[in-house]
Design a protein around this ligand. Structure first.
Ligand SMILES: *Cc1c(COP(=O)(O)O)cnc(C)c1O
Length: 362
């Protein structure tokens, strides 16, 4: 079966000597390798304020804490995402308010965001689902108009672009995941991209108990309690080796995605998703809408190709206490959308097979 997701690990000749060296170096906690990984990520993304974390979830949690989201507040978000986007909001004590999606893309709809804003709204959480970038022109304008900060959950959107820059430069808070199946994996890990020095300095303390790495431990003074969220040298070393292959790898997602965009256009029963102006996806998943989805999935699976949705819509989890029937576009999109394999492991031969299979009908 050609899978929808698959971890990429560099060849053992590249990875194992570097791992062996760091594991027996005597320094496996957060040190030089982490600093170097952050430096290289900053150069790649084009943002000097990049902080690694031990997960994407930790990055989301810290972003919410930096904004000061707390009990009784509201955070506007989307239900079409992986759970940590929204469980981290619950961890702060705030309520998740699910906005509807754009029926054409499945991404959070700006007009619905605006309708959800109340006096209690503290943040707007957007998710570049499958690597497709949200309608950031409109969302930025809403953020500015109401003075409410945006958090971008970019776990699927490493090296996606908005306005000619990689994601990680646009909003005050952007969160990436380096979990097993993301574009770049450090086994576990995450990244928080910030836009100013104050947030950067505070987040750096929050990820390590509240301590300042630049102050001697016996002279330190914690003023705000933090977490155990920092990355270590071992995961960072995996990341450093991954960075040597990342451009080539992401390009394979993008080339496969562009191939499907071209080949599946005007195929009967398939509706492709449009991309917002100024955005370029990195195609972590290839998402489209199909008629008679169950039959489509069965046809592909019978022929050795995985096809399905990936995440349960989050408003189905009782922890979010979401009212039903408030998101008619999501209700419809959720019945029609499907992902097909698009990542680095899908060969030119296989993607052609997948296209032929779809064109033959279901
Ligand atoms: C993977 C993922 C996360 C969380 O990342 P972890 O590194 O697993 O904590 C957050 N949001 C989305 C949309 C994800 O897919």
């Amino acid at each position: 079966m050609i899978p929808l997701v698959k971890p990429f690990l560099p060849h053992r000749d590249l990875l194992i000597p570097r791992l062996e060296q760091i594991i027996y170096s005597g320094y496996i906690a957060e040190g030089q390798a982490v600093a170097e990984f952050e430096q290289k990520l900053s150069e790649l993304i084009g943002n000097p304020y990049c902080l690694t974390m031990n997960s994407g979830t930790a990055a989301l949690h810290i972003a919410l804490l930096l904004i000061g989201v707390k009990s009784g507040d509201e955070v506007i978000s989307t239900a079409l995402t992986a759970e940590p986007t929204n469980t981290t909001i619950v961890l702060t004590g705030a309520n998740v308010v699910f906005a509807d999606v754009d029926l054409a893309t499945g991404l959070i709809a700006p007009e619905s965001i605006e309708n959800c804003i109340t006096g209690k709204t503290k943040a707007i959480m957007v998710v570049h689902y499958g690597g497709m970038v949200c309608n950031m022109h409109r969302i930025n304008a809403i953020s500015k108009k109401y003075n409410i900060p945006v958090i971008e959950d970019a776990a699927h959107a490493f090296m996606s672009s908005f306005n000619g820059q990689y994601i990680g430069n646009n909003s005050p808070y952007t969160c990436f995941s380096f979990q097993a199946i993301k574009h770049l994996t450090t086994v576990v890990g995450g990244l928080l991209c910030l836009k100013n020095e104050d947030d950067y300095t505070r987040a750096k303390k929050l990820r390590w108990f509240g301590l300042d790495k630049n102050v001697a431990r016996l002279k330190s003074d914690i003023t705000e309690a933090g977490y155990k969220y920092h990355m270590n040298n071992v995961n960072a070393t995996v990341g450093l080796v991954q960075l040597e292959c990342i451009k080539e790898n992401v390009l394979r997602y993008i080339q496969n995605g562009l191939f499907y965009d071209k080949q599946l256009k005007n195929v009967h029963g398939v509706i492709l998703l449009p991309y917002y102006e100024g955005t370029e996806p990195s195609y972590w998943l290839y998402t489209m809408k199909v008629e008679r989805r169950e039959d489509f999935i069965k046809k592909l699976e019978d022929n050795g190709v995985a096809a399905s949705p990936l995440h349960l819509r989050n408003d189905r989890h009782s922890v979010f206490k979401a009212p039903q029937g408030m998101t008619p576009n999501l209700d419809q999109f959720y019945e029609e959308f499907v992902h097909i394999p698009c990542g680095w492991w899908v060969t030119e031969y296989e993607r052609q097979q997948i296209v032929d299979l779809i064109k033959s009908g279901w």
